[in-house]
Design a protein around this ligand. Sequence first.
Ligand code: TYD
Length: 222
Amino acid sequence: MSPQSQARGCLITIEGIDGAGKSTQVARLAAILAGRGHRLVTTREPGATPLGREVRRMVLGRELALAPDAELLLFLADRAEHVATVIAPALADGAVVLCDRFADSTMAYQGHGRGRDLAHVRRWNAESSAGVVPDLTLLLDCPIDLGTERRRRETDRYQVLDRTFHERVRAGFLAEAAAAPDRVRRIDASRPLADVGVEVERVTIDWLDTHGFRAAAASASA
Ligand code: TYD
């Protein structure tokens, strides 16, 4: 059992390439966890705070030309504000925090995708997260072509980048997962959404049960 788990809430992150189906799975899982009576905070990066919404407009919009390190620092500013004002207080309050993208996205997109130095990105990720590390990460993994097909109407800064960029991002996520096998569970997101949803739910609830995060509804019926 993680020593942090009992003393505080837990942070569950959902990661994956554009078009992997994260938003659908986050919404489904949030409804299930809330239905079980967990105290739940659902959030996302970038853009969950007032500062983050400004950052999101700058980094995802295509009006500004951004130097790669400026782009990296904007994502890190979003994270620092998000951790300080949303995630850390929710964890201190004992909540289950469900976050759509977190530091693995910065490793995958700015590190592996944009080619920034990985040790540098890792160090700045840790700084901006104030030591907060996800307890469980669900990596929704699928081939690039499937992700492209699912997001074909979207045109933000990353979604218009070429296939090789997204191949590097996918490989980056898989490398991060391989480096942290106790934390990251890879889920095959090329299957039908309902099947992916069942596995997302099973992995999450197993983890919560194993780590002592009993829901009000679950303990009442136990
Ligand atoms: P969003 O519209 O939220 O996409 P998705 O639904 O796929 O999460 O856009 C987030 C984009 O920002 C996505 O293309 C990944 C990118 N991103 C980074 O490049 N670095 C980061 O650290 C984060 C959190 C996101």
